[in-house]
Design a protein around this ligand. Structure first.
Ligand code: GRF
Length: 216
């Protein structure tokens, strides 16, 4: 199977991006693109020899102009998958539709609970016992779209936003590489009902092996 090409979009720290780079995926990261020039992740990527680019949303008169420039930068690399990894700009339907079925996001909650911002604070305020994170294909509705994989993180007595966020982040770093590996292996199928199936892996001898069970 031909190696897949990824473009990763970030806005800040870039720890999910780093987890993907560390994961030795059967893929080439062609570029890391940020809308924020100071994003820490840009330096991390550059030090690892990955091409970086900045498309600063503040330099454009409107969202459409920004997204046109962003799409041009992405498309230069002809990626099989666009990976949102802490990318904080809301993307409009025309942009998302351009990459339908080949754009993924990671969100720090168990969707459909807590879409949007401040997910850890809101989870604590709601008193949920189980929190977590979700990898999903991106559709035009915010933080929705076919769910590829989730990890559950129990809320502990006395948890602060920071402590809970750290435990969720550790799970993000585990499930995002897993989801992208499945994508690269051609094993993800999105059904008409929006449910994602993970095909069993085909071993070198042609035998089928079941996908691993995901423990948190
Ligand atoms: C992560 O919690 C991710 O789920 C959310 O933004 C945060 C980005 O962190 N979308 P990082 O930039 O990957 O370290």
């Amino acid at each position: 199977m031909a190696e897949k090409t990824l473009v990763i979009l970030i806005s800040g720290r870039g720890s999910n991006m780093e987890a993907l780079l560390d994961a030795r995926l059967p893929a080439r990261v062609a570029a890391v693109v940020s809308n924020i020039p100071q994003a820490r992740g840009l330096g991390v990527a550059a030090r690892r020899g990955i091409a970086t680019a900045v498309v600063d949303h503040r330099a454009f008169p409107d969202r459409a102009a920004f997204e046109a420039a962003l799409a041009a930068e992405i498309d230069r690399h002809r990626p099989d998958l666009v990976v949102l990894a802490g990318f904080t700009r809301i993307l409009t339907p025309p942009f998302v539709e351009r990459y339908e079925g080949r754009i993924m996001n990671i969100h720090p909650s168990l969707l459909p609970a807590f879409p949007g911002l401040d997910t850890h604070r809101r989870a604590l305020e709601a008193g949920v016992r189980i929190h977590g994170c979700t990898v999903h294909f991106v559709t035009h509705a915010l933080d929705s779209g076919p769910i590829v994989v989730q990890a559950a993180v129990p809320v502990q007595a006395g948890d602060t936003e920071e402590r809970l966020a750290a435990r969720v982040l550790a799970q993000e770093h585990r499930i995002y590489p897993q989801a992208i590996r499945w994508f690269c292996e051609g094993r993800l199928r999105v059904g008409r009902d929006g449910a994602v199936a993970v095909d069993a892996a085909r071993a070198a001898d042609g035998a089928l092996t079941a996908p691993p069970l995901e423990a948190p």
